[in-house]
Design a protein around this ligand. Structure first.
Ligand code: BV8
Ligand code: ZN
Length: 250
C-alpha cells in the first residue's frame, strides 16, 4: 500500500507499469469526481446534504415518490438548476481519454449529473440513472427533461398520460438490472480497477470494486479521504481526482 500526500502526487513505479501494460481497465466514479466542477457531494456536508429539513436519503427515496412526488420534483429541479452552469473537469476529461487509451475500458458511475458524457465518455454505465431524464411511473416511457422544463410538475407522460418522475434510482429502489449486470461482469474481467471520488458506502455500487479485487484486479482508490474500501486497495492515492488523474495519464 503506498500512501501519497495530496500536494506531491507521486505515482508508484508499480502503478505506472500496470497502467502502461493494462488492457482491461475498469473505473467506478462517485460524486467526488464532479466536486471540482462545483457539484456538491452528498456526504461532504454542504448544501445538498439536507433539503428542507429532510436528509437526502429521505427525500431521495422510493417512499417519497409515493408520498409526495411534487416534493421529489422540487428537490430534483433544484439540483438540476444548480447543475446548469457546471462543466466537466480534468478528471472527467482524463477518464474520457482512457476509453481510447485502453483496449477494453469500462466506466461505471454512481453520478446522475451527466458530466462524464459531457466530457466525451461513451457508453457510460449509469448505475443510479440520470437527473436530465424523466420516466413515466406507469409505462416507463423516458423523456429528456430539457424538453419538459416549462411543464408543470409532475410532468405528464406523452405516451400514456401517466405521471412522470425523475429517471434516477432512489434509496430503496433496485438499480437497472441490465446496467448492474454488465458492470459486475466487466468488474470481474478487469485487470486494473480505479475507484474515484466515492465514499464507498452505497450498495450495491460499492460491491463492484470488491468483485474486481476478488477477480485479481489491481485496485486503486483516488480520494482525498480514506473510505471503508481503502484497506482493501493495493494503492490509495490521497488527492483530488482533477489533479491525480492527469498525473496518472501522463
Ligand atoms: C437497493 C440517486 C435494494 C439519488 C443515489 C444499510 C446497510 C447497507 C445498505 C443499506 C442499508 N440501508 C439501506 C441500504 C441500501 C442503500 C444503501 O446502500 N444505503 C447506504 C446509504 C447505507 N442502497 C439502496 O437503497 C440502493 N438500492 O439497495 O435496493 C432493494 C432490495 C429489494 C427491493 C428494493 C430495493 C439504491 C442506491 C442508490 C440511491 N441513489 N443517488 C440522488 O442522487 O438523490 S445514491 C447517492 O449516493 C448518489 O448517487 C451518490 O452517487 C451515491 C454514493 O455517494 P458518493 O458518490 O460516494 O458521494 P459521497 O458524497 O458519499 O462521497 C464523495 C466522496 O468523494 C467522498 O469520499 C469524498 O472524500 C470524495 N471527494 C471529495 N472531493 C473529491 C473527492 N474525491 C476525489 N476528488 C475530489 N475532488
Ligand atoms: Zn406513460
Amino acid at each position: 500500500m503506498t500512501k501519497q500526500t495530496a500536494d506531491s502526487i507521486s505515482i508508484s513505479d508499480e502503478l505506472r507499469a500496470r497502467i502502461r501494460n493494462a488492457r482491461r481497465v475498469f473505473v467506478l466514479t462517485g460524486a467526488g469526481v464532479s466536486a471540482e466542477s462545483g457539484v456538491p457531494t452528498f456526504r461532504g456536508g454542504g448544501a445538498s446534504a439536507v433539503w428542507k429539513g429532510l436528509p437526502f436519503e429521505v427525500i431521495s427515496s422510493a417512499e417519497m415518490v409515493e408520498r409526495d412526488l411534487g416534493a421529489v420534483w422540487e428537490w430534483f429541479d433544484y439540483r438540476l438548476d444548480s447543475l446548469g452552469h457546471v462543466e466537466p473537469n480534468p478528471a472527467h476529461r482524463t477518464i474520457a481519454r482512457w476509453q481510447d487509451r485502453f483496449e477494453d475500458f469500462t466506466l461505471v458511475t454512481q453520478n446522475i449529473d451527466g458530466l462524464h458524457a459531457a466530457a466525451g465518455s461513451r457508453e457510460v454505465l449509469e448505475l443510479h440513472g440520470n437527473i436530465r431524464r424523466a420516466r413515466c411511473v406507469k409505462c416507463e416511457a423516458r423523456e429528456a427533461l430539457d424538453k419538459m422544463n416549462a411543464e408543470p410538475r409532475p410532468p405528464v407522460c406523452r405516451a400514456c398520460g401517466g405521471a412522470m418522475r425523475p429517471d434516477v434510482v432512489l434509496f430503496g429502489e433496485l438499480l437497472p438490472a441490465d446496467v448492474f449486470r454488465v458492470a459486475a461482469e466487466r468488474a470481474a474481467a478487469c485487470e486494473l480497477c480505479f475507484v474515484v471520488g466515492t465514499s464507498a458506502i452505497v450498495y450495491p455500487a460499492a460491491q463492484l470494486p470488491l468483485v474486481a479485487r476478488r477477480a485479481g484486479a489491481y485496485l486503486v482508490e483516488i480520494n482525498p479521504e480514506p473510505t471503508p474500501l481503502s484497506e482493501l486497495c493495493h494503492e490509495t492515492i490521497a488527492g483530488r481526482a482533477g489533479e491525480v488523474l492527469p498525473v496518472l495519464d501522463a
